[in-house]
Design a protein around this ligand. Structure first.
Ligand code: SF4
Length: 660
């Protein structure tokens, strides 16, 4: 008798539900969107639909391997685990526990990232981090500082209920395609769509108003709009007085920013800026954003943007608030649970919290904050000698790729746990075969705080194993007690030690139709109070800081393609050749004497690369666009980091373009 298993798409942060039908022999005979899912309602995009094809790829990792004389040779699990543990103990003895680092992916489940950080802390280090460091940590910090929780305030279901939806630095149609259904419905309802993006993306083509600021000038734009709203009394004074703090300090900063200067600095015509300001002076308005914000103007840009929601009283109401479009299924979860400067769930690292954790964990976690991935790799004195990477392809995703390759080449121990060989695994001493998303189970936290269980559909091939089982084996080999390899038991342990998890139960999360959200089980947070210590939202006045182009003529911006996924370590295995061109504006191409399809060299301050030029009006003059999935671009992207959270500024690399 065929049976259905409801699981979750492995790719973006929308976390669409998938219904898989299996026959008596365990073969998959059906794969479609699950109609009962509270967000995706049966929809799947091309990326999600293609995920089934990955099950048949022939180059999965099937057994553990170790490097011997430059070649990978097969070893047994027990040999791999005991040798890794032996080498980690050696490093710990020689250099101390802080010479070890554990960095994980954002498609691991909540249980896996929780166990991963617990193992690191049991070994005496807070050197834990995730790939959220590379994308939305600026969003998490800005949201936490201003509102109290580092995630979206509203659910995506509310998009059609807004009068205005502002989409900044994001192409929904490329990056989170299933959400296009909500945009179409919103347009049908008369919602005005505003897109703020230097590129003319497919999403921008749906907009009623499209502003194209010069990359990284958003702080100027939003401060000038704020000043205009305040001067023209287009703000919600009651909301500001009763529900916010630090408004006067904020006004002192934004009062210096004028619409006229904003036109000069951002390149957006004055009348369009005014139109934007007038459009958002209403309720309900959703202010939403993607990597075009977090990887360009970072924490400051996002704070200046969220301030517009507070000024207009758009918070705590249906269809009014903030949504951050996150790129991976569990990036919100990995960002919340795997951080070097806080314990899981954002608990501050201090003696008091360490003691509380020790009551459950049976060991005292260290109380000195650890090193972020960025500090570990780029600080030559980081002292890291052994690194464990779980589902994280850092060679293909970090900037200044040469530096990353050099760093990994000099480690005493590099363990890579993944589903297939990757650019990073090539540098490993040990490669451990992990189960694919559909071959293991656990919960994932979506971009709008929905926690849902990803049910297991089939067993992993060969000797591949779920990440949680591998961590469990490692913990056992270290002689550690209190680790479970049952994801349901781990979920309940998380609820015990992580306060933000207590708004949902395992039963809620395992019910695929149930709307189960954290840190409060509600579609929109902050109706009554903010989650800040004072219960009020906090304004931050932030100043615009221009990019130092160092005399380079262009700004390189990276972004997504609708059918590819991140470092492309998966979809390239099933869909063959990928167009790796970069996009240049026709007038710039003419001035440089570049023809469509010609090879050009991008030269930055840290590296260079040769790419094929695609000439298109979709990018403005002075901007060159490249796909993030072609990881060669990270030889060109340099190590410019957000000053607060060190997220690389992938969207603002000054470059020159040279015809080849
Ligand atoms: Fe998967 Fe995202 Fe597409 Fe949904 S929108 S099917 S979660 S890639």
């Amino acid at each position: 008798m065929p049976r259905s298993v409801i699981t979750i798409c492995p790719y973006c942060g929308v976390g669409c539900g998938i219904e898989v039908t299996i026959d008596d022999a365990g073969r998959i005979i059906g794969f479609e969107g699950f109609k009962g899912h509270p967000v995706s309602h049966g929809h799947l995009c091309g990326k999600g639909a293609s995920s089934i094809k990955l099950l048949d790829t022939t180059d999965r990792l099937l057994y553990p391997m170790k490097r011997v004389n430059g070649e990978f040779v097969r070893v047994s699990w027990s040999e791999a685990i005991s040798e890794i543990v032996h080498k980690m103990k050696e490093i710990k003895e020689k250099y101390g526990p802080e010479a070890l680092a554990f960095y994980g992916g954002c498609r691991n489940t909540l249980e896996e990232v929780y166990l991963f950080q617990k193992l690191a802390r049991a070994l005496g280090t807070n050197n834990v981090d995730s790939c959220a460091r590379l994308c939305h940590d600026p969003s998490a910090k800005a949201l936490k500082d201003m509102l109290g929780y580092g995630g979206s305030a509203n659910s995506v279901n509310e998009i059609p209920k807004a009068k205005v939806v502002v989409i900044t630095g994001e192409s929904i149609t490329d990056s989170h395609p299933v959400l296009s259904q909500y945009l179409i419905e919103a347009k049908r309802n008369g919602t005005k769509i505003v897109v703020i993006d230097p590129r003319t993306t497919a999403t921008a083509k749906m907009a009623d108003l499209h502003l194209k600021p010069i990359p990284s000038t958003e702080v100027y734009l939003f401060n000038a709009v704020a000043n205009y709203l305040i001067n023209n009394e287009l703000i919600d004074r009651d909301f500001i007085v009763n529900r916010t703090e630090n408004f006067e300090e904020y006004v002192k900063v934004v009062s210096k920013y004028s619409i006229d200067d904003a036109e000069k600095i951002t390149g957006v015509p004055r009348d369009l800026i005014l139109k934007f300001a007038q459009l958002i002076a209403t309720k309900p308005v959703l202010f939403t954003w993607g990597l075009g914000m977090s990887e360009s103007s970072g924490v400051d840009g996002i704070k200046s943007y969220i301030a517009l929601a507070l000024l207009t009283g758009n918070m705590g109401i249906e269809g009014g608030g903030v949504i951050v479009y996150r790129g991976q299924t569990n990036v919100q979860g990995s960002g919340d649970f795997l951080k070097p400067d806080v314990f899981p769930g954002g608990l501050p690292i201090n003696e008091e919290n360490a003691k509380k954790l020790a009551e459950v964990w049976g060991f005292m976690p260290p109380t000195k904050p650890g090193l972020s991935l960025i500090d570990a790799v780029y600080n030559e004195n980081s002292g890291i000698r052994g690194m464990y990477l779980m589902g994280f392809n850092i060679v293909a995703s970090l900037p200044n790729r040469r530096r990353v390759e050099e760093f990994l080449s000099n480690l005493d121990l590099l363990v890579v746990q993944d589903i297939a060989m990757s650019e990073t695994a090539e540098f490993a001493h040990y490669v451990l075969p992990a189960a694919l998303w559909i071959e293991r189970e656990g919960s994932v936290l979506s971009l709008d705080r929905l926690v849902k269980w990803r049910h297991k559909v089939r067993d992993p091939p060969g000797e591949a194993r779920p990440d949680y089982e591998i961590i469990f084996e490692l913990a056992n080999a270290f002689g550690l007690k209190g680790f479970s390899n049952d994801p349901k038991a781990v979920f309940n342990e998380m609820r015990q030690v992580v306060p933000i998890m207590r708004s949902v139960t395992l039963e809620d999360v395992m019910d695929p139709t149930k709307d189960s959200r954290i840190p409060e089980n509600t579609p929109h947070l902050y109706s009554e109070r903010f989650l800040t210590p004072s219960g009020k939202a906090r304004f931050f006045g932030v100043e615009y800081r221009p990019v130092n182009t160092g005399g380079k003529k262009f700004i390189l911006v990276t972004g997504r393609s609708v059918l590819r996924y991140n470092t492309d370590n998966e979809i390239r295995r099933i869909s063959g050749k990928f167009e790796t061109s970069i996009t240049i504006n026709p007038e710039d191409a003419k001035a440089l004497g570049i023809r469509n399809g010609q090879l050009v060299k991008l030269v930055s301050n840290c590296g260079e690369g040769t790419f094929r030029a695609l000439i298109s009006n979709d990018v403005p003059r002075g901007v060159v666009f490249a796909y993030m999935h072609d990881s060669r671009i990270n030889y060109v992207v340099c190590t410019e980091f957000d000053p607060y959270v060190k997220t690389p500024r992938y969207k603002v690399t000054p470059v020159d373009i040279l015809p080849v």
